[in-house]
Design a protein around this ligand. Structure first.
Ligand code: GDP
Length: 291
């Protein structure tokens, strides 16, 4: 994880934590920093009140205690959800869903690489069959990651057929993990949800679906979440991937999004390179956020 991430509050709060004593400015500055980082008014108020209570309870006047307590409360909130990826089935089938542009295809390429570095064999299915460019992009990334690719036979082929063939290939060749890219055209929401349901039905004829990962773009924050609501309601999502954290000042979104959706964050993307995807570790995230 980048040491000076754009979403880090450490730099913005340095003056607060290095001040001599805790006073009114401590709380004002902290509140402003949390709001700016997209914690939202409710969570900001909750956190500030909690910290004020702790400061009183421990009778401390040292702002560094506020920093430590803030880090702890953030880690505690993030840890309420289990970030473990369930990939023990063979094959383990992962559907990757989300609105176009959030970083789905890139995430699959990075994820293939991530799994390959752990010695897993991977096949990627390009079931977003209406975007020829997306298919090419996915194939390029998958090849770089050392994964196999199943491409549609023609543009617009039934995505469920591609998904079926991908799982079939995994079973035939003993490939451990199947990653399936899916369409994200919001204009046809009803149709898209039906399409995803069909992909799932067809996959399940051969193997259970191990994970359905919803990709969300951190730079769009709460708006992006509203756009993705249909997936949460209809696609059987089991976990979240937060992308583009590198370009985002919205570290607080990461904190809010689990509570808003009830879903665990399982992966985070922090860059356009093939190695810029990591698992989600609350302790590391809290450390990087607060310093
Ligand atoms: P899709 O339409 O959801 O499949 O999105 P793409 O995978 O095509 O990605 C859309 C754009 O976002 C591309 O320009 C990617 O390089 C970029 N992108 C994806 N993930 C990240 C990330 O973690 N950080 C940054 N900075 N850019 C990203």
């Amino acid at each position: 994880m980048a040491e000076r991430a754009s979403w880090s509050l450490g730099a913005r709060l340095r003056n607060v934590f290095q001040a001599r004593v805790i006073d009114e400015d401590t709380w004002d500055d902290l509140e402003t920093a949390l709001i700016t980082a997209d914690f939202g008014p409710d969570l900001t108020e909750e956190i500030v009140e909690h910290l004020q209570g702790e400061v009183e309870r421990f009778r401390t006047t040292d702002p560094r205690d506020v920093q430590r307590m803030l880090r702890e409360v953030i880690e505690e909130r993030l840890s309420k959800y289990d970030p473990t990826l369930r990939l023990s089935e063979r094959p383990a089938v992962v559907l990757v869903v989300g609105v176009n542009g959030v970083g789905k295809t890139t995430t699959i390429g990075k994820f293939a690489r991530f799994l390959a570095t752990y010695g897993r064999s991977v096949v990627v299915g390009a079931a977003d069959t209406f975007r020829a460019a997306a298919v090419d992009q996915l194939a390029t990334w998958a090849e770089r990651a050392g994964a196999e690719v199943v491409r549609p036979e023609r543009e617009g082929q039934d995505p469920a057929a591609v998904a079926f063939q991908t799982v079939e290939r995994a079973k035939r060749d003993g490939i451990e993990i199947v990653l399936i890219d899916t369409a994200g055209r919001l204009q046809t929401k009803g149709g898209l949800m039906d399409e995803l349901a069909k992909v799932r039905r067809v996959v399940e004829k051969q193997a259970p679906v191990a994970e359905v990962l919803l990709v969300l773009d951190a730079t769009t924050g709460q708006n992006g979440l509203a756009q993705a609501q249909a997936f949460i309601e209809h696609a059987g999502v089991t976990g979240l991937v937060i992308t583009k954290l590198d370009g985002s000042a919205k570290g607080g979104f990461v904190l809010n999004v689990q509570d808003r959706t009830g879903l665990p964050i399982k992966l985070i993307g922090q860059g356009e390179g093939i190695n810029d995807l990591t698992g989600f570790t609350p302790h590391v995230f809290a450390q990087n956020l607060i310093g």
